[in-house]
Unconditional design. Structure first.
Length: 479
């Protein structure tokens, strides 16, 4: 499996100058901000896509935008690749380095610089964790909406790179809908600012281009993010169904009726059993699929919305409807959902896929996903953001068996192709990285890819930033 996805060959001239490069970086950064001993580089050889790993040339951990700019200027001058890294939670291999690359980690840039409730925004360094923003403003009645399952660890810089979402993105949108501005260092060390504290900025929407760029257009060092006032109340409700297909059809009908809860999360039976064993959240174990539907607003608003949702659910044979009765119960319900990946890791190795489909195709794609995985002799647990069709099948396999691992990867590729063929796309929030790079041609024509690569080349003509990621290695000369 580790040889299935190829990387660009390391640049011999860079490898030959390794000692000199390290010496130069020592002059640019304090010693505590540079890692270059082989043993100390090991934690940076991979990210959450652990099937692939490479030791980087060195790891730079700057503390300021100025230090980031100095490293970028130096690497640009000598043609040294740079791989940006946030917390390393990427599930698509977005932060996996290569032997001739300097990993530029932003973990030391972890301060909240400004909170402005008048403008309902906060200015934060890229190494601030997602959850830390909400915790910093919670006492004042605000929160930051995007909430990936890894929000305890993942950082804003990484969220911007992958345009991350989360359970509550159905109502509040993903990162791009909650990002107002960035400070970014270009590949030659130039510092630019895009957007700001206003609701909109003049000129081309370069901020929209940067959000989701997977570390290939520059290094985001600061972000201005939108803060949202907490709702009057919120209530998660559990809906249990006979089958995944019925749950999928219910989701499509809820959205088609114009009802937009704050979240609709899906679990099939294997996922329910895994998460319940871990979190003891009170999930029903006698159903084939579970929806966690959260509504918010006043008591009257929540009651009215839930009444409509229950009526739709009954048309699909809902077997269980259980409303949350306390804050403790609500916390447990969400603990189970947000712990799904970690809980699954207790029982088996797994690959977490990330594809998006139209809601009208959700039931069909769920059925085909099970059939695809079964055809490879493997098991799957489905847990995902059902409200926007962002699927996350967890394909279970034995990582110590190379043939089993290869089957898991092949099954995942077939599922992603299925998502595209059903009218969806290769990724909803995990990004392309290396995992989906060679599937880009399944979704895009050569003309489409050439246009995207031309935009990338405008920012990074030498393709030094995260060079092995996103675009197929074949045909890059078209850019």
């Amino acid at each position: 499996m580790s040889d299935a996805i190829s990387f660009l060959a390391p640049r011999p001239d860079v490898l030959a100058r390794r000692k000199e490069i390290v010496a130069d970086l020592v002059d640019l950064l304090p010693r505590e901000c540079l890692i270059h001993e082989a043993r100390e580089l090991v934690p940076f050889e991979t990210d959450a896509f652990v099937s692939y790993r490479r030791l980087p040339l060195a790891v730079a951990l700057p503390r300021s935008t100025a230090e980031v700019a100095a490293v970028m200027k130096y690497c640009h001058r000598y043609g040294i690749p740079v791989v940006p890294r946030g917390a390393g939670t990427s599930l698509s291999g977005g932060a996996i380095p290569q032997e001739d690359a300097v990993v530029l980690g932003l973990s030391k840039m972890n301060r909240i610089l400004e909170v402005g409730f008048a403008n309902r925004c906060a200015v934060v360094q890229a190494g601030v964790t997602n959850l830390n923003i909400s915790e910093a403003v919670s006492a004042d009645g605000f929160f930051y909406a995007p909430d990936p399952s890894s929000q305890l660890a993942c950082t804003i810089g990484g969220n911007i790179g992958m345009n991350s979402g989360g359970a509550h993105c159905l109502k509040y949108g993903v990162t791009t809908n909650n990002l107002l501005g960035v400070k970014m260092v270009l590949t030659d060390g130039t510092v630019i600012e895009l957007g700001g504290k206003a609701l909109d900025a003049a000129g081309y929407d370069l901020l929209g281009l940067v959000c989701g760029h997977e570390g290939q257009l520059g290094i985001v060092t600061e972000a201005t993010v939108r803060l949202i006032a907490k709702p009057e109340g919120a209530r998660p409700v559990l809906f249990g169904f006979e089958s995944s297909e019925e749950a999928g059809r219910c989701v499509a009908d809820v959205i088609a009726a114009g009802i937009i809860p704050v979240a609709i999360e899906f679990m099939d039976k294997p996922a329910i059993e895994i998460c319940e064993a871990f979190a003891h959240a009170g999930y029903p174990l006698d159903v084939g699929a579970l929806l966690i539907v959260e509504v918010e607003g006043s008591e009257a608003e929540m009651d009215d919305m839930l009444k409509s949702i229950v009526e739709i659910a009954r048309k699909h044979g809902v077997r269980t409807v259980r409303e949350c009765q306390s804050a403790t119960e609500a916390a447990l319900i969400w603990k189970g959902r947000k712990s799904a990946f970690g809980a699954t890791g207790r029982i088996a190795d797994y690959i977490c896929m990330d594809g998006t489909v139209p809601l009208s195709q959700l039931s069909f794609v769920l059925q085909r996903t099970s059939e695809i995985v079964a055809s490879y002799g493997l098991r799957v647990a489905n847990v995902f953001h059902a409200g926007d069709g962002n699927m996350h099948p967890l394909i279970l396999f034995n990582a110590n068996d190379p043939e089993d691992a290869a089957r898991a990867e092949a099954a995942g590729n077939d599922i992603l192709k299925l998502c595209v063929d059903a009218g969806g796309c290769l990724t909803g929030e995990h990004g392309v990285g290396i995992e989906k790079r060679d599937l880009m041609r399944h979704q895009y024509s050569d003309v489409d890819l050439a246009q995207q690569m031309a935009a990338r080349s405008a920012f990074d003509p030498q393709w030094l930033l995260n060079p092995s990621k996103v675009f197929p290695l074949e045909g890059r000369s078209a850019a």
